[in-house]
Design a protein around this ligand. Sequence first.
Ligand code: SF4
Length: 328
Amino acid sequence: MSDETLLEVRDLSIDFGTPRGRLHALRNINLTVAKGRIMGLVGESGCGKSTLAYSLAALLAGNAVVAEGAILLNGEDVTKMSERQLRDMRGQRVAMIFQDPMTALNPVTTIGRQMLDIQYRDAGSKAEKRQRAAAMLERVGIPDAAAQLSAYPHQFSGGMRQRVCIAMALLTKPDLLIADEPTTALDATLEVQIIELLRELQQEIGCAIVFVSHHLGTVAELCDDVTVMYAGEVAEQGSVREVFRNPGHPYTQALLECDPARIKVATRQLPTISGTLPDLVDVPKGCIFANRCVHAWDRCRSENPARYPASGPHHFAACHLLDKETAA
Ligand code: SF4
């Protein structure tokens, strides 16, 4: 792990206990996020991106089990931390922005109270903490910030509530910010504003961000690097430029072909990737994308593809087509 590495996920596998048996939600995930970089996690619903994001802050449901692997934050394994160590980590070193700002905020407590509570570890008087809270609200574009500290979440619009959540997450200046689809509940204009705000604040604070999204345009706009996930596995990884310009995995290619922003010809029907996600209780043998891949051949149904180099030194894709030695 280099000095610049903040987060390293190593061979991580996570199962969920279900009435049908163990559901293998994540399998052998590897990824690295350097200090101050923004990593996008993309893929369809159910691909495991939110499970991975929640696992980074040890916020998974009670039926989740880390079957294998490690999550190293500055070299410390999050999966082995005690409850007390996790409490110290959350809010101080790792902060999270959730998809729905209304359920992320406490509806019966004022914004000011919640912003004071989040600073409980910090030095300073109550008045100083209120001042810091108001300054942060102002920074995220909440007008008349000091007066708004007395307001309740329902008195804000969706976009304003998400700004409050961002302000709260960044108030403690975390090393790592995890943003789980923070713009999905917002309209397109607000989405652009929130992305710009996140980028500005990230540059000011210098934190790394893991940004979960199914919106490829947003990831291209905000992120430095991207991990494409499919059915609980990493399909492709690299810089945003490498992956979006020269996708090496058929799944990434299909996702990009389905992106409405890239469709040049007017159409009434948007393209989709045919087929459905495989059953993750009984994970099929071979490449996990084989039942939907237009290039699949015998090898794909019997052998799990390794991570093969793609268009650049840090660009990998898990597809036999990139195996220069033996590809059909
Ligand atoms: Fe498709 Fe085979 Fe590559 Fe899997 S390994 S993505 S099935 S070509």
